[in-house]
Design a binder for this molecule. Structure first.
Ligand code: ADP
Ligand code: MG
Length: 589
C-alpha cells in the first residue's frame, strides 16, 4: 500500500468524532433531522426551527420538551451518551427515534454549538457553548422550559465536508424535506420552519394527518387520495395512497414511515408496486403516504448510521400485508364506509388512527359540503336509487355529449367530467371477464365462422403450452399446422372483439410476460389485458343509448378511474377549480 503510515495509533477522540460526524451529519438536513428527532423523543409538542444560508450559517431548533438538568446536559454531548437505551437488548426494542447517543457529540464536533436547556421543574437552565467539540463555557441561564440547540458555521473545521455542500437553495430543499417528513409523522406536534427570516411553514399542533397533508402537499389533489387502514395481526398499515391516476416518474413522492420514522425500505417499494399491479404502467410510481406500525422487536433499525433503513424480521409477511392493504384500499368504492381498520389475515381491533373515520380526505369527485357551488337539480332524475349511489365516482350525472368523435362530456353534482370511452370499455370488459373467471362461470361463445391466425414462430411456441388453460377460460383453439391456429369459440364477454386479434395479443403478451410462474391469476389478467388491446379502438361515435349503457356499466366497475393499463378513464374538473380559473371566488353569484 502506498503512503501507508509507519505505525498504528489510536485516534484521538476529537478525530473519531469527526469521522463519526461524517456518517451522521453529512449535510445540514441531517443536523435538522437529528435535532428534530431529539426534540420529539423529549416529548415536545412544539418545535421551532430556524435556518440561515441553507444551514451553513445557522441551524436552530427550539423545543418545549422535557429538557435536561446540568449533569444530563454535560453528558448529552459526550459520544455514546444516551438516555434511551442502557444495554444491548434494548436495541432490539427501541421505540425512540434516537438511541446511539452520537448525534449531539458529532454535531458539536463540527460546528460552533450552543445548548440551552431546562427541565420544567427547575428554575434555572444550563447553557453549554462548544467550538469544534471543545467546551468553551458552562453556565446557568434563564430560559424557557425545553431545549434550544444552535448550530453555527457547520463544518467550519472540516473543509473537506464544507466543499461538498451544494447551493444554499439545494441544502434548504433537503432541510425542508426532512422537516416535512417529521411533520407528517407527528401531526400532533406544532412545527415552524423559518429560513433567512422568512416563515416557510407554521403548522398548528393537534393536527390530523389530512390537515398536515393539506398544509404540506397542497399540490396533490386530495380527491385522488384514498385512506388506508389495514391490520394484519399486530402490524398496522395506515395513511393515504393515490388512485392509479396519480403517479410520478420516480419514487420521490412515495413517503414511507415505520413506527413514525421516515424510512426508505426497498422491500416496501416492491410491495407498493405489487399492490398497484395491473393498475399502473411499469415505469410509473404512485404517490403514497404509508405508515407502518409494528412491534419494535419485529424490526432492526440498527443497520444504517442515519437509521434511514430498517430490516424486517418477517419481510415476506410485511410485503404481503402492504400489497394487500393497497389492493383492498383501491378496490373500495369512494364513499363506502371505512372500517377503523380493514382486518387482514389475523383480524384484530386496532386503536383509532390519527385520522378521521371518513374514507378519502374527501370523496372522488369531491362532494364538498358547502364550499362547492352545487347546481340545483330541477329536471334531473337521480341516476340510481340512493342506495347504490356510493358505488360510483359520482352521485348524479348527466351526459352532455361526445366531443372530437371521442371524449364523453358529463356534468356531475360537483363539476365536469371527461371520459375516454375506449378506456372505459377496456375497464368494463376487463372486470367482466375477471368476475366470470373468479366465479368459475366463463361463458363461451361459438363463432359463426372459425378464424385462423398465423403467429410469428416465437409467439406460436409461447402459445402452445397454455392451450389447455385457454380452453378453460372460454376459448376453443386448436393447432392447425405450422404456426397456425384455428379458433372457433371465445369468451362470451369478448363477443365483438376479433378472435384472431385477441389471440395475437395474448401470444405477444405471453412473450413479454416474465410472470408466468408466479401463480395466481396471471394468465387471466393477461388475457383480459390482451382483450382490451384488441377491443374496438377509439374514435367511434357512439349513439346516445350506447353512451348511456357504457356509463352505466362503468358506474358498476370496481375501479372506474383507470383502464387496466393505467391510463385514466375520467378526468374531473370541480366547480371550485372552474370558479378559480374564471377568477370567481365561490360561492357563485
Ligand atoms: P440519542 O438521541 O441517540 O440518545 P443524541 O446525541 O442525539 O443521542 O442525544 C443524547 C442525549 O441527549 C439523548 O439521549 C437525550 O437524553 C438528550 N437530549 C438530546 N436532545 C434533547 C432534547 N431536545 N431534549 C431533551 N433531551 C435531549
Ligand atoms: Mg438523537
Amino acid at each position: 500500500m502506498k503512503n501507508a503510515k509507519a505505525h498504528i495509533q489510536v485516534l484521538p477522540d476529537n478525530v473519531i468524532n469527526k469521522i463519526a460526524a461524517g456518517e451522521v451529519v453529512e449535510r445540514p438536513a441531517a443536523v435538522v433531522k437529528e435535532l428534530m428527532e431529539n426534540a420529539l423523543d423529549a416529548g415536545a409538542t412544539d418545535l421551532k426551527i430556524e435556518i440561515v444560508a441553507g444551514g451553513r450559517t445557522l441551524i436552530a431548533v427550539a423545543d418545549n420538551g422535557g429538557g435536561m438538568g446540568r449533569n444530563d446536559a454535560l453528558l448529552s454531548i459526550e459520544r455514546h451518551a444516551t438516555s434511551k437505551i442502557s444495554d444491548v437488548n434494548d436495541i432490539e426494542r427501541v421505540s425512540t427515534l434516537g438511541f446511539r447517543g452520537e448525534a449531539l457529540a458529532a454535531i458539536a464536533s463540527v460546528s460552533r454549538f450552543t445548548l440551552r436547556t431546562r427541565p420544567p421543574a427547575e428554575l434555572a437552565g444550563t447553557e453549554l457553548i462548544l467550538a469544534g467539540g471543545r467546551m468553551q463555557e458552562v453556565r446557568d441561564v434563564g430560559c424557557a422550559p425545553g431545549t434550544l440547540v444552535e448550530v453555527r458555521h457547520l463544518f467550519f473545521n472540516v473543509p473537506a465536508r464544507r466543499k461538498f455542500l451544494r447551493s444554499d437553495q439545494t441544502e434548504l430543499a433537503h432541510i425542508r424535506l426532512a422537516f416535512m417528513m417529521y411533520a407528517l409523522a407527528y401531526p400532533s406536534v406544532g412545527m415552524q420552519l423559518k429560513a433567512d427570516g422568512r416563515e416557510l411553514y407554521n403548522l398548528p399542533a393537534q393536527a390530523s394527518l389530512p390537515d398536515r397533508l393539506g398544509d404540506l402537499f397542497a399540490s396533490i389533489p386530495n380527491q385522488e387520495l384514498r385512506r388506508v387502514a389495514y391490520a394484519a395481526g399486530p402490524l398496522k398499515i395506515s395513511g393515504y395512497i393515490a388512485l392509479p391516476s396519480l403517479t410520478r416518474a420516480d419514487r420521490s413522492e412515495q413517503h414511507l414511515f415505520i413506527n413514525q420514522r421516515p424510512t426508505a425500505a426497498a422491500l416496501l417499494s416492491g410491495a407498493i408496486r405489487e399492490g398497484y399491479k395491473m393498475l399502473i404502467p411499469k415505469d410509473r410510481y404512485p404517490v403514497v403516504f404509508l405508515f407502518l406500525d409494528l412491534d419494535p422487536g419485529q424490526i432492526d433499525v440498527n443497520v444504517h448510521p442515519a437509521k434511514k433503513e430498517v430490516r424486517f424480521r418477517n419481510p415476506a409477511e410485511v410485503r404481503q400485508a402492504v400489497a394487500e392493504a393497497i389492493r383492498q384500499t383501491l378496490a373500495r368504492r369512494p364513499g363506502q364506509s371505512n372500517p377503523a381498520y380493514i382486518a387482514g389475515s389475523a383480524a384484530v381491533k386496532a386503536p383509532a388512527p390519527d385520522q378521521p373515520a371518513t374514507g378519502p380526505i374527501w370523496s372522488y369527485p369531491a362532494r364538498r359540503p358547502s364550499t362547492a357551488p352545487l347546481p340545483q337539480p330541477t329536471d334531473k332524475t337521480p341516476a340510481a336509487p340512493a342506495a347504490g349511489m356510493e358505488n360510483k365516482p359520482w352521485a348524479w350525472r348527466r351526459i352532455v355529449g361526445q366531443i372530437g368523435s371521442l371524449y364523453v362530456v358529463m356534468e356531475t353534482e360537483d363539476g365536469l367530467v371527461l371520459m375516454d370511452p375506449h378506456a372505459a370499455h377496456e375497464r368494463v370488459l376487463f372486470e367482466k371477464f375477471m368476475a366470470e373467471i373468479s366465479g368459475g362461470r366463463v361463458k363461451s361463445q361459438a363463432l359463426l365462422m372459425a378464424e385462423t391466425v398465423v403467429l410469428p414462430p416465437v409467439a406460436a411456441v409461447a402459445l402452445q403450452p397454455i392451450m389447455a388453460e385457454l380452453k378453460q377460460t372460454g376459448f376453443n383453439i386448436a393447432e392447425f399446422g405450422q404456426d397456425t391456429f384455428l379458433i372457433d369459440a371465445v369468451p362470451a364477454c369478448f363477443g365483438n372483439v376479433a378472435a384472431s386479434g385477441l389471440i395475437k395479443e395474448i401470444a405477444a403478451a405471453l412473450n413479454e410476460s416474465a410472470e408466468r410462474n408466479k401463480g395466481g391469476r396471471w394468465l387471466e389478467e393477461l388475457i383480459a389485458q390482451a382483450a382490451c388491446r384488441a377491443a374496438v379502438k377509439a374514435h367511434t361515435r357512439l349513439a346516445a343509448a350506447e353512451l348511456e349503457e357504457l356509463v352505466a356499466q362503468l358506474e358498476k366497475a370496481e375501479m372506474p378511474y383507470t383502464c387496466p393499463h393505467g391510463r385514466p378513464i375520467i378526468i374531473h374538473f370541480s366547480f371550485q377549480e372552474l370558479a378559480k380559473k374564471f377568477g370567481r371566488n365561490a360561492p357563485r353569484d
